[in-house]
Design a protein around this ligand. Structure first.
Ligand SMILES: [Zn+2]
Ligand SMILES: [Zn+2]
Length: 309
């Protein structure tokens, strides 16, 4: 973001930085109570001038603030926000994003997602509920646009590759069960870093093949681990047990349990991790502040680094 007025060279394009800003599912914990995750879904992948953001939950407020003040983001010119689906916990952070409140910051923002999600976001911020994002963007961003994605699509954006898959997600149950058009993403950076994003998602036999396709050869995967055990799967969400099973099948992929259930405290999350992650060095809990760097020369991710905020 250019508004900080700082000068200097852009971040080196060869390294790719992945970071976690919001790993809590469904609602934020306010006041913050957890040392693992307090904010709703938001993860970023940065290389050169491009910042890809996986979901715009309340973690986006924290990310956008860092973007405006931290030197390592200086070269970022374009933000690509990939929405998984229309539930509010995946886009509520947009109104808190610093880039909508800082005049002439020069950023370009593109919001991508299924038609249902894009329409919901635009309606959600429309008058009289709020101020349309286009109005917020008029004096702040260089450009704002929305783009609709279909299931099974491959989109190339400035040398990055975005592939979409259908996830299994719904709210309620029985007569009140409501399906949502939910996209899983497989994102590949120009340097070859591959991340698979599967939130929100309840695994089923019908989705097993797509899960394999998304994780095959990925360096990193974020898996809906709302619950601890498979027997608890409900409301379109998965478990640490299932996430750990994916880690077992993909030893080269670092699998992170994400979208932690809103009523699960840190001890419960860590206990489930200890139980299901035994003997799995490539299985960890997604924690806010966790940052990973991909080195394209070694084609490896560095060890997770937790940064306390
Ligand atoms: Zn969610
Ligand atoms: Zn949802």
């Amino acid at each position: 973001m250019r508004s900080n007025g700082a000068s200097g060279r852009p971040a080196p394009a060869e390294f790719v930085e992945f970071e976690i800003w919001g790993a809590r599912g469904s609602r934020s914990l306010s006041p913050p109570l957890s040392s693992i995750a307090n904010y709703t879904s938001c993860y970023s992948v940065r290389a050169g001038a491009d910042l890809f953001v996986l979901d715009g939950g309340r973690g986006l407020g924290v990310l956008s603030r860092s973007l405006s003040v931290e030197g390592r983001f200086r070269g970022v010119e374009r933000v690509h926000l990939l929405l998984s689906h229309s539930h509010m916990d995946h886009w509520e952070g947009l109104k808190d994003a610093e880039w909508f409140w800082s005049n002439g910051n020069g950023l370009e923002l593109r919001v991508l997602g299924a038609e249902e999600a894009i329409e919901t976001v635009r309606r959600g911020y429309g008058h009289p509920a709020y101020v349309p994002l286009e109005v917020l963007a008029a004096r702040t961003l260089r450009r704002l646009n929305f783009s609709t994605l279909e299931v099974g699509e491959t989109r190339r954006i400035h040398g990055w590759r975005v592939q979409t898959f259908a996830l299994n997600h719904y709210s309620g149950g029985g007569k009140n069960k409501n399906r949502l058009d939910t996209l899983g993403y497989r994102l590949r950076s120009p340097q070859g870093f591959v991340v698979a994003y599967l939130c929100d998602h309840e695994p089923s036999p019908a989705t097993a093949q797509d899960e394999e396709r998304m994780l095959e050869g990925a360096h990193l995967a974020l898996i809906d681990a709302h619950f601890a055990d498979r027997a608890q799967h409900a409301y379109g969400h998965g478990s640490q047990e299932h996430a750990a099973s994916l880690a077992r099948r993909h030893p080269e992929t670092l699998v992170l349990a994400a979208h932690h259930g809103p009523t699960h405290d840190d001890r419960a999350i860590r206990r489930a991790h200890a139980r299901h992650g035994k003997g799995l060095p490539n299985y960890a809990v997604a924690e806010e502040g966790m940052r990973l760097t991909f080195n394209p020369r070694t084609r490896r991710l560095g060890a997770p680094r937790a940064i306390s905020r």
